[in-house]
Design a protein around this ligand. Structure first.
Ligand code: SDX
Length: 426
């Protein structure tokens, strides 16, 4: 019979800490009773801390399993459209045919952005990093929807989720077009979600015969699905913490975009391509690996806080990579180099002992590059896709009472001391 309580004895006092079981994965120990103990829990990097309960995504890092609302990621990526996955993240189940048609129509309706936003883009230098633009522009969206910003109003929350998922591809394509000095392309509602994004990225007003490419479209849609959500990662936790103050959802998603930008998180896909450029050829791999082992550099696209086995997304990404390169007749030496790196790493004790495997970012950049997307846009695409996950967690938080997130600390600074006048300071 499993225990129902954990026991903590400290300073001669015993505390009963309830054990709470979920449907899958590790049970948790509710440590609220620590409040009476005179101690805080201490867990830098939240390695063993579950600050929330959630029904959206489950990860088994040991097995390399990822479920969205119970559906395995490989089955979703290979069979569903991204917007169907977004629907499941938002509402709990994959949509019926009628629900799918209605949801897809709602998204199509909201793909355009307020024309005034163009002026917002014009404030940036042309060489601004598109993630810098996205952090600013998404946060600014709240300035255009004053009438729907009451976070306690369910209808306001629902329409905001639709607006964000619908507009992210438009804003992402605009951030790219702006950097190219090309005119913005309006969304086309006769295209599906991925087709529309690629059209807004690569078509120009002069294109009278723009041609869709079904292989690229399918690959793009799969990449969106593979990035849609991932439990309580750093950027999702940022969205939840910002949301816990009652901040408007556009500000919360902008905070998530900012957190995602870091090279340890969503910025890794861009860093993988830079790393492959730096290594150059397979002959240079052994020397580079020595730099990794001496901790001079990290092998970007490898390792994960949760997966201590293969990242299931990386496996689907690799299959998609092979499909796209074959369909486009591209023989990208970077793919050979990445595969050589992966093979060497997976056989090297340094990586084996640390359970370091390729993660979602290791192959995504090679596909995106093959599609013609510049490296600077890789994390923007991650942010575009993750918006459905972020806003689903934000909605889940608002679906029940919640408290403002306010962690405590272990203080190791100065003890109390008196003020010293500047003339007396040494
Ligand atoms: C994403 O959380 C999520 O779910 C994120 C994400 C999502 O979908 O939201 O999955 C997306 O962010 C994927 C990760 C992308 N980042 C990278 O690829 C950057 C490279 N990876 C590392 O920076 C690192 O692996 C992290 C940040 C991803 C995880 O770091 P942890 O869990 O804090 O692990 P750690 O730093 O404690 O590493 C444990 C050991 C250390 O060695 P020792 O000091 O114990 O000897 O492994 C080493 C690390 O030095 N290590 C690496 C390494 N990653 C960890 N060594 C070389 N190369 C690496 N990539």
């Amino acid at each position: 019979m499993a225990d129902t309580n954990a026991k903590l004895t400290v300073n001669g006092e015993e505390y009963e800490l309830p054990i709470i079981k979920g449907t899958l994965g590790r049970p948790v120990i509710d440590i609220a009773a620590l409040q009476e103990s005179g101690f805080w829990s201490y867990d830098p990097g939240f390695k063993v801390t579950a600050p929330v309960e959630s029904k959206i995504t489950y990860i088994d890092g040991g097995k390399g399993e990822l479920l969205h609302r119970g559906y395995p990621i490989d089955e979703l990526a290979n069979n569903a459209e991204y917007l169907e996955v977004a629907y499941a993240l938002l509402h709990g189940d994959l949509p019926t045919a009628d629900q799918k048609a209605e949801f897809f129509e709602k998204i199509r309706e909201h793909t355009p952005v307020h024309d005034q936003l163009r002026k917002f883009f014009e404030g940036f230098r042309r060489d601004a990093h598109p993630m810098a633009i996205m952090v600013g522009v998404v946060g600014a969206l709240s300035a255009f929807y004053h009438e729907d910003l009451d976070v306690s109003n369910e209808e306001h929350r629902e329409i905001t989720a639709i607006r964000l998922i619908a507009k992210m591809p438009t804003l992402a394509a605009m951030s790219y077009k702006y950097s190219q000095g090309e005119p913005f392309m309006y969304p086309r509602n006769d295209f599906n979600y991925a087709e529309n994004f690629l059209y807004m990225m690569f078509a120009t007003p002069a294109d009278v015969d723009y041609e869709k490419n079904d292989v690229i479209t399918r690959a793009m849609d799969k990449i969106f699905t593979l990035h849609a959500d991932h439990e309580q990662n750093a950027s999702t936790s940022t969205v939840r913490l910002a949301g816990s103050t009652g901040a408007n959802p556009y500000a919360c998603i902008a905070a998530g975009i900012a957190a995602l930008w870091g090279p340890s998180h969503g910025g890794a896909n861009e860093a993988v391509l830079e790393m492959l450029d730096e290594i150059g050829t397979v002959e240079n791999v052994p020397e580079f690996m020595e730099k990794v082992k001496s901790r001079e550099v990290k092998l970007m696209g490898f390792g994960h806080r949760v997966y201590k086995n293969f990242d299931p997304r990386a496996q689907v990404m690799k299959e998609t990579c092979d499909e796209v390169l074959e369909a486009l007749g591209i023989n990208d030496p970077k793919l050979e180099l990445a595969m050589a790196l992966e093979k060497i790493a997976l056989e090297d004790p340094f990586f084996i002992e640390r359970n370091l495997y390729p993660n979602v970012d290791f192959y995504s950049g090679i596909i995106l590059k093959a599609i013609g997307i510049p490296t600077s846009m890789f994390t923007v695409i991650f942010a575009l896709a993750r918006t459905s996950g972020w806003i689903s967690h934000w909605l889940e938080m608002h679906s029940a009472p919640f408290k403002i997130g306010r962690p405590r600390q272990l203080y190791t600074g100065e003890t109390r001391r008196d003020f010293v006048k500047v003339e007396d300071r040494k």
